[in-house]
Design a protein around this ligand. Structure first.
Ligand code: FAD
Length: 489
């Protein structure tokens, strides 16, 4: 008689599996803490955390992930995780760009703490991904964390899934991520203390963290002290996003996605939409992800005619003020646009819920886009220098329907990490500020065509990504104003 020998199920393997598959921010953090307990790893030992977990968890599935992360970590410019060994970085915001930056800083060997004011990752909205971001995320193990990641020809992901993937990588690399902690400002050095953050709740242990690098990734309209935003004012543009429940049926899976039908390319479609539904749009995008996601730019006149906007105002804030919007009419507008644009192939469109458990539909004003004048500055108080850098929407607000948010957000995350590397290696501050601002000048013009196609060579070194980059197009004397020092030095 043959006897089957069953290997005992290793409890840490099971917890690792739960961590990998976790679908909420809380579950990710909870399973990670449990994994550390099972492996007798102290999560506070951020610098040795990854290597210890790797050593103690070496079954096939984990090894496949370590192979990916090791490949990235082996890039020469990280200097085996020692390039920024003496740096401590505070990252404001666990949006995709804050988390992506945190990963690079951890790979450089810095101690990294991320503060996020929200408790949950709840954004269903779907982001368009440029090919380099898909490549980048695959190399970080995205497919293992989220099996559906960019399957087939799909080039998008919901914001929350993206955050979950990046959060998992962050935790494995020793980044401390604190949720439900709001950053309220910087505290200047005093006594023996260096730079710290004023946070809510004030008793949180992160309030004691002293750092020499501050990355602001607080999203659009978040302007950290010392930076100025330029307003890019276009003609009135009203965006609507809507998420409907995806039942994941075969019929739903067959409905063609719309990766951006702009009016100029398909006059007939928009005319028919107008005549049949009284909905007048400039463009519409449909992506199928965790939800059926639609983003469209609507014309004011049709919103007034369908009773979505109650009263006409020239001022966009007044026009879209909650009291001037009929929410039920807005839901109907978004529903009808979604129904028509998918040719009635999604007959049972029901709204998914947003973080407030309300139908996930929203109307935004795109008339003004913000862009920071500068990407970085150095502040010095009582002989203690702080490098401050902006990334993501906080640096340049994207026009969502064009889907530039993540691509430019990740480019800026890499550029910021490149600057932190120079900082860690002792490059004089005016030189690194001048270099950062030179690179920043390219960001708004980047497209899939004018960035390198050799994705496998992408690194935080700007020369691997931008086709032509002049690192000294801005000179040190032009960035003197970005060095803000007190009189006591
Ligand atoms: P965000 O993703 O905005 O992340 C910033 C993070 O910082 C947030 O998690 C925020 O809670 C946190 N934060 C802010 N202030 C503080 C503070 N004081 N303390 C602690 N934490 C703080 N793009 C699209 O392409 N399509 C869309 O449909 C779309 N919808 C969006 C809907 C919403 C509600 C938002 C906010 C953004 C949307 N975007 C969309 C933009 C897209 O999410 C960003 O381009 C992308 O997420 C990269 O942004 P980020 O990481 O720079 O900032």
């Amino acid at each position: 008689m043959t006897q089957t020998i069953q290997s005992p199920v290793n409890p840490s393997h099971a917890v690792f599996e739960l961590f990998v598959q976790a679908q909420t921010c809380q579950d990710v953090k909870q399973h990670f803490a449990e994994l550390c307990r099972k492996l007798h790893v102290d999560p506070k030992n951020s610098r040795s955390l990854y290597s210890t977990i790797k050593e103690r968890l070496n079954f096939w599935k984990a090894k496949a992930l370590w192979a990916k992360l090791d490949k990235r970590a082996s890039q020469e410019l990280y200097q085996q995780g020692t390039a920024c060994i003496n740096n401590k970085c505070l990252v404001l915001g666990a949006g995709p760009c804050g988390l992506r930056t945190a990963i690079e800083l951890a790979l450089l060997g810095a101690q990294v703490v991320v503060l996020e004011k929200r408790e949950k990752f709840s954004r269903n909205n779907v982001l368009h991904l440029w090919p380099f971001t898909i490549y980048d995320l695959r190399e970080l193990g995205a497919k293992m964390f989220y099996g559906k990641f960019c399957s087939g020809s799909l080039d998008h992901i919901s914001i929350r899934q993206l955050q979950l993937i990046l959060l998992k990588v962050c935790l494995l690399l020793g980044v401390e991520v604190h949720t439900a902690v709001e950053f309220q400002g910087l505290k200047e050095p005093s006594g023996e203390n260096g730079w710290r953050a004023k946070i809510e709740p004030p008793s949180h242990p992160a309030a004691a963290f002293q750092f020499d690098v501050f990355i602001s990734a607080g999203g659009g309209r978040f302007v950290p002290d010392g930076f100025q935003h330029k307003e890019l004012r276009g003609k009135l543009a009203i965006g609507i996003t809507a998420n409907f429940i995806n039942g994941n049926t075969t019929a739903e899976a067959q409905v063609p996605e719309i990766s951006g039908v702009a009016r100029i390319f398909n006059q007939k479609f928009f005319q028919q939409l107008l005549s049949q539904t009284a909905i007048d749009l400039e463009n519409i995008v449909y992506y199928r992800d965790d939800t059926h996601y639609f983003v469209m730019t609507a014309k004011k006149k049709s919103l007034l005619e369908r009773g979505v906007i109650l009263q006409d105002f020239n001022d966009a804030d007044q026009l879209l003020a909650p009291g001037n919007v009929d929410h039920v009419a807005l839901c109907l507008y978004a529903h009808d646009a979604a129904y028509f644009s998918t040719g009635g192939q999604l007959p049972d469109l029901q709204f998914a819920q947003n973080h407030a458990r309300k139908p996930d539909v929203a109307m935004f004003d795109f008339t003004c886009m913000h862009r920071s004048e500068n990407a970085s500055l150095v502040r010095e108080r009582r002989g203690k220098k702080l490098l401050i850098a902006l990334v993501g929407d906080c640096l340049v607000e994207p026009f969502w329907p064009l889907g530039t948010g993540i691509a430019r957000g990740f480019l800026a995350a890499f550029d910021a990490a490149w600057m932190v590397r120079s900082w860690g290696m002792g490059v004089p501050h005016l030189k690194l500020l001048a270099e950062r601002e030179s690179i920043y000048q390219l960001l708004s013009q980047t497209t899939t065509d004018n960035t390198s196609k050799v994705y496998s060579k992408y690194s935080i070194d700007p020369k691997t990504r931008y086709q032509s980059v002049n690192l000294s197009s801005i000179q040190t004397h032009q960035v003197q104003h970005l060095y803000d020092a007190d009189k006591s030095r």
